[in-house]
Design a protein around this ligand. Structure first.
Ligand SMILES: C[S@@+](CC[C@H](N)C(=O)[O-])C[C@H]1O[C@@H](n2cnc3c(N)ncnc32)[C@H](O)[C@@H]1O
Length: 436
C-alpha cells in the first residue's frame, strides 16, 4: 500500500517510519511512503504557505494553491476534474472528522493508495473541502498542533492489518476492538515478579481452559472500561451474556431516585392544578426503576382518593393476587411509594441515605441548564432526585426547589411531546445505560 503524506514537516515522519515493524514493511515492499511538501509548490521568494484569516482572529490559515499542486503531483485532481482515481482515497486529518476506529482502519486497509493531508496552524482554507473529494478523519476529541501525529496513528492502525505486515497472522484478529471487545491481559517470564504470579491457567497447557479464561478477562476488561462497546459487540454468545450478568457492577442507579409529581403542576392555561395518577405511569416507571436498579420511585399527590388508588394498584401487585401470578411485577412495584409532597420525598431520601438529595427537574420546554453528563457526575457521590411532571409540566414552585433542569430530550426539534413514561425511559437510559 502506498501512503502519500502531504505535510509542511516531512522530517516529522523520519523517526516513526524508520523503526520497528513499519520499517521492515517498507523493506519488504508491503508499504511505501511518499512525502509531499506543499512549500515546494510555492512561487514567492519566501515560500509562503499561510496567511492571516479573513474576519480576523488568532493564528494563520494554510493557502489552498500549494495543496492543490501537491495533490496534483500524486494524481489527485479537484472533483470537477475527476477527483481521486479508483483505489485511491484522499483523507485530511481533522478534529471535525469521522473518528478513527478499528472498523475504519480495516476499511482503509483494503485500498491501494491513501493520501493523508496534514493541516497545521488553524488548518487549510475551508474551500479545500468544497473542491476536493476529501474525507475528514479525527483521532480523538482533542486538538493537536498538526495532522502529522494523527496521520501516524492512522498509518500504524492501517498498515498492521496488511497481509504479511505482522509475523503472526492471528496477531491482528486477537487484539482489542477486532471482536468489538477489549483484549485480555498478556504475561511473560518470569512466572513470579515482586510476589505477583502469572495466572495458573496460562501454564496449564489446557487450550480450552485458556481460551475460556481469556474470553472472560476480555469481557471483564470491556465491562469495566468501555461498557458501551458491549452493546455493539458482534458475536457475543449466550454464555458471554450469562457471564456478564454475574459480574458485580458499579451501580450509579443506587444514588438515583425519581418522583412523578401530580400536584403542583400546570394545566393547559398555565394555572396550578392537580392531575390524576394513572396505572400506566405507575407500572411503567416502576419497571424502569427496577430494570435500571434505581433506589426509589415516588408518586407525589396530596389527594386522598388518589393516594388510595395508588395504594390499591401497588398492593395488588406487591402483596395481593398479582404478586402470585407475576412476581417480576411485584419486584418492580415494590420500588414505588406514595408521598403527599416533594418535600416529603426529600425528607424520606434524606432519612434513608443521610444526605439531602440534589433535585434535578425535567421539562419539555426551554434549553435546560443541566446535561445528562453533569447528572451522571453528581450520581457518583450524592443522591439525586429526578423530578418529572404531569399535565403541562411542573409548577414554578417545584422548579425553584431544584439545583438544575435537565436539557429536554429532543431539544433541537420542534416537536418534543413525549409521554412522561417515554421521557422517563429515555432519560434514565441516558443516565444509567451502557451506551452513554
Ligand atoms: C491546531 S490544529 C487546528 C485546529 C482547528 N482550529 C480546529 O479547532 O478544528 C492544526 C491541524 O492539526 C490537525 N489535528 C488537530 N487535532 C486533530 C485531531 N484530533 N484529529 C486529527 N487531526 C487533528 C488537523 O490537521 C488540523 O488542521
Amino acid at each position: 500500500m502506498k501512503f502519500n503524506l502531504v505535510t509542511l514537516f516531512p522530517e516529522f515522519f523520519d523517526s516513526p517510519l524508520s523503526h520497528g515493524l513499519i520499517s521492515k514493511a517498507v523493506e519488504k515492499g508491503i508499504v511505501s511512503f511518499n512525502k509531499v511538501d506543499p512549500r515546494e509548490f510555492t512561487t514567492d521568494r519566501h515560500k509562503s504557505v499561510d496567511a492571516r484569516p479573513y474576519g480576523g482572529g488568532p493564528g494563520m490559515v494554510m493557502f489552498l494553491d500549494p495543496i492543490v499542486k501537491s495533490l496534483d503531483s500524486v494524481g489527485i485532481k479537484p472533483a470537477r476534474e475527476g477527483g481521486c482515481p479508483e483505489g485511491k482515497r484522499l483523507i485530511m486529518l481533522s478534529p471535525k472528522g469521522r473518528p478513527l476506529t478499528q472498523k475504519l482502519a480495516v476499511e482503509l486497509s483494503k485500498e491501494e493508495e491513501l493520501t493523508l493531508v496534514c493541516g497545521r496552524y488553524e488548518g487549510i482554507d475551508a474551500r479545500f473541502e468544497d473542491i476536493f473529494p476529501v474525507e475528514l478523519v479525527s483521532v480523538g476529541d482533542f486538538v493537536l498542533n498538526g495532522g502529522e501525529a494523527g496521520a501516524m496513528c492512522l498509518i500504524e492502525a492501517v498498515a498492521r492489518l496488511l497481509p504479511d505486515f505482522m509475523g503472526h497472522a492471528d496477531s491482528g484478529t486477537e487484539e482489542s476492538f477486532s471482536s468489538g471487545l477489549l483484549e485480555y491481559p498478556h504475561y511473560t517470564r518470569p512466572p513470579q515478579y515482586d510476589g505477583l504470579d502469572v495466572p495458573k491457567v496460562l501454564s496449564s497447557g489446557n487450550h480450552a481452559l485458556i481460551e475460556e479464561w481469556r474470553k472472560k478477562e476480555s469481557l471483564d476488561a470491556t465491562l469495566e472500561a468501555r461498557p458501551e462497546l458491549l452493546s455493539e459487540a458482534e458475536g457475543l454468545k449466550k454464555d458471554d451474556v450469562r457471564y456478564l450478568r454475574t459480574i458485580p457492577r458499579k451501580r450509579l442507579g443506587k444514588n438515583l431516585y425519581m418522583a412523578l409529581v401530580h400536584y403542583p403542576v400546570l394545566n393547559k392555561f398555565g394555572e396550578k392544578a392537580a392531575v390524576s395518577l394513572t396505572n400506566l405511569d405507575i407500572h411503567d416507571m416502576s419497571r424502569v426503576s427496577r430494570s435500571y436498579s434505581i433506589s426509589g420511585f415516588y408518586a407525589v399527590t396530596p389527594i386522598e382518593d388518589q393516594k388510595k388508588l395508588a395504594d390499591r394498584i401497588i398492593s395488588h401487585w406487591t402483596s395481593g393476587p398479582g404478586s402470585k401470578t407475576n412476581p417480576d411485577r411485584a419486584a418492580a412495584l415494590s420500588k414505588v411509594s406514595v408521598k403527599d409532597s416533594l418535600l416529603d420525598v426529600v425528607e424520606h431520601i434524606e432519612s434513608e441515605t443521610g444526605k439531602k438529595p440534589i433535585l434535578v427537574t425535567t421539562s419539555a420546554r426551554g434549553a435546560g441548564n443541566t446535561t445528562s453528563g453533569q447528572v451522571r457526575e453528581l450520581l457518583y457521590d450524592s443522591p439525586v432526585l429526578l423530578v418529572f411532571g404531569t399535565g403541562h409540566g411542573l409548577a414554578p414552585e417545584i422548579l425553584e426547589m431544584a439545583a438544575g433542569c435537565l436539557r429536554p430530550i429532543r431539544f433541537m426539534d420542534g416537536y418534543n411531546h413525549l409521554s412522561v413514561r417515554s421521557a422517563v425511559a429515555i432519560t434514565v437510559d441516558r443516565l444509567l445505560g451502557d451506551a452513554w
